[in-house]
Ligand binder design. Structure first.
Ligand code: UT7
Length: 330
């Protein structure tokens, strides 16, 4: 079993926040952000809801794939920042794109969402061979969940969407999905719908400042997430690669979750793989959660960097704490 990416599309908001812009409201500077993260600027949604960005990306992916949206059997939307608890982003996008014959659901695996969705799609397509195409839409508006007084987290994230139309293929394929739920306390945002007067008990050992946190704002223990990330990235690749006897030398491009250049550099060292095989877009997108890997993929395809026939390793990590990797041929 495997998967073929027929076409991709992306949408990022026009509004951009540079590192210097942050100096207007928090104690920070461009040099610290660049050297500690590699990020220079990030798109920020203004009026655009999450589903709108997803819809725009999806329409481009459908156009680039050259398919009739009526032939899409399933829409999977990956998001940790949905506009609604219900309906799903996927159902909204299904309607907006004319995918009238598709089922639809959202998938939340935080920043690992696209990897989870690709693997889910590969498995749907291989068990239901009547399903022609699946539309995966990764759409995120992290800015709505950021605590803009927390300089350790608010400078990291951006907003945007990317989508892929995929079909069944018997090309090279391997995957691994994982989660270390004990690390949930290191990166979380409370649900928006919980009324302040309703006691919402956190899982045991969530941070002691849980009650004081602004409702639904992102809480992050940066160092703990960092420690997890630098081992999760190489491990995800090695686990997926080991299943099919592929080594890092067989891979043309690594497309890691775009969180921090130092995390990617450390992972590259652990894998003993050259940095010039790693696609980097975090400088201009920041960390867009589940949209980060498909944004990097879509941009690199459009620039002619990633070409048909090349072997790709898509590797992610994120809140959960989740991790996962897939190896595919483009
Ligand atoms: O999708 C997953 C999402 N999350 C991640 O991937 C996060 C992973 N973690 C990280 O990327 C890094 O831990 C951060 C970038 C968040 C922080 O980098 P760090 O090297 O771990 O810095 P730190 O938290 O140890 O802070 C070092 C210093 C502190 O000052 P003191 O205590 O040494 O005086 C911070 O207060 O840097 C300070 N600092 C800042 N200074 C200027 C923290 N944030 C900033 C800032 N500007 N924005």
């Amino acid at each position: 079993m495997g998967i073929n990416i027929l076409g991709m599309g992306r949408y990022v908001p026009e509004q951009v926040l540079t590192n210097d812009d942050f100096t207007r409201f928090i104690e920070t500077n461009d040099e610290w952000i660049r050297t500690r993260t590699g990020i220079v600027s990030r798109p920020m949604a203004g009026w655009e809801p999450t589903w709108y960005m997803g819809k725009q990306a999806a329409l481009k992916a459908i156009e680039n794939a050259g398919i009739d949206p009526k032939d899409i059997g399933l829409v999977i939307s990956t998001t940790a920042t949905a506009d609604f608890h219900t309906p799903s982003m996927a159902s909204i996008i299904q309607n907006e794109t004319g995918a009238v014959n598709a089922g639809a659901f959202d998938l939340n695996a935080a920043c690992t969402g696209f990897v989870y969705a690709m693997d889910t799609a590969a498995k749907f397509l291989s068990t239901d061979r009547d399903m022609k195409y699946i539309l995966i839409v990764a759409n995120e508006s992290l800015s709505r969940f950021l605590d803009f007084t927390d300089r350790g987290s608010c400078i990291l994230f951006g907003d945007g969407a990317a989508a892929a139309v995929v079909e069944y293929s018997d090309k090279l394929y391997s995957s691994v999905l994982g989660s270390e739920g004990a690390g949930g306390k290191f990166l979380y945002a409370r649900s928006m719908q919980v009324a302040p007067e309703v006691a919402c008990q956190p899982p045991e050992d969530f941070s002691s400042d849980y009650e004081e946190l602004p409702l639904h704002k992102l809480h992050q223990d940066g160092k703990d997430v960092y420690k997890f990330a630098v081992q999760a990235l190489p491990r995800s690749f090695e686990l997926a690669a080991g299943k099919i006897g592929v080594t890092k030398d067989d891979i043309d491009w690594f497309i890691p979750h775009q969180a921090n250049i130092r995390i990617i550099e450390t992972a590259a060292k652990k894998l003993d793989a050259p940095m010039d095989k790693f696609i980097i877009t975090l400088d201009h997108y920041g960390n867009t959660s589940s949209a980060s890997i498909p944004l990097a993929l879509s941009e690199s395809i459009d620039k002619g960097i990633i070409k048909r026939g090349q072997k790709l390793a898509l590797i992610g990590f994120g809140a959960g704490l989740t991790y996962g990797g897939i190896i595919i041929e483009y």
